[in-house]
Design a binder for this molecule. Sequence first.
Ligand code: NDP
Length: 302
Amino acid sequence: MSPDVLTLQNLEAWSRAGASLAVLGHPIEHSISPAMHNAALRHLAATRPELGSWQYFRFDVEPASLPEALERLHQKGFRGLNLTVPHKILALDCVASIDEAARPCGAVNTLLWQERGWRGFNTDGYGLAAGIRDTLHCELAGAKIVLLGAGGAARGAAVECVQRGCASLTIINRSRESLDALLALVRSIGGAVAIRGVVAAEMTPEITAGALVINATSAGLRSTDAMPLNLAQVNRPAAVFDMIYNPPRTALLREADRLGIPAANGLSMLVHQGAKALEIWTAAPAHVTAPLMDAAARAALR
Ligand code: NDP
């Protein structure tokens, strides 16, 4: 493991003068969040010297250790945390309070230190909407959405699509259990949006034409992964957005390229959700730090 991947053992002798931030995940070795956040903090420190001593770390934390990790990081005074796979849903049971906008998602990706415990936020939906706007020039409002997946990231995405007034939402997932849980969640806030769910293996090729396809599954993280949806089998999508950014071109995106469908990976989403988290911790506007994080992320991936 890389020496800058920390574990709970590193907390035993932890003492820093400046504020500490961190991302927790398992695995975490691939995370470029420290590069993004530390670059933005260095830039902000030029006009806000108090941020000069802030630093962002990454911790490998297994799911069973998450409650203990969150308690110890709170005791050590970490100012803020990001949560990635597989902690976003698990953390709900460990927060003292939850931001109103994050409540319907049933998942949190950003925690803010408060005296009586962590306050949970979800910036994934914001990151998704901003990323899709930047890369595909599409708005979620009024769009026919086909969402692949029903895990933590799909929850934030589905809630954002519904809250922004998408025209329809079709959720396709491998297993029925998590699909049904997500359908129940979005139907409780769905209002007039037409919502339906399909188990991937039972899918028939009757998907609405001109949909924006969003991949929120982890299928594609490994180069051997099959596509979570065969684009050639469905009505011509308007565009494809894959939340995965490493590898930069998954099989799904390569297929979209081959079919001439506009397609983008999830790097822009990563950047915008990160910039929004930093805004929660420092009050630095997300639109100011996003370009800095984007440059740092691209450099880290190179
Ligand atoms: P979860 O583990 O919570 O959910 C994984 C989802 O992927 C589930 O719906 C699961 O289906 C499905 N899935 C897993 N493997 C396969 C497969 N081989 N074929 C089809 N479906 C599969 O993960 P998250 O929701 O937190 O993350 C999902 C993806 O989104 C990850 O790749 C992550 O890196 C990416 N992401 C990117 C972000 C960004 O900023 N760009 C932000 C957040 C996430 P089932 O329910 O059947 O198990």
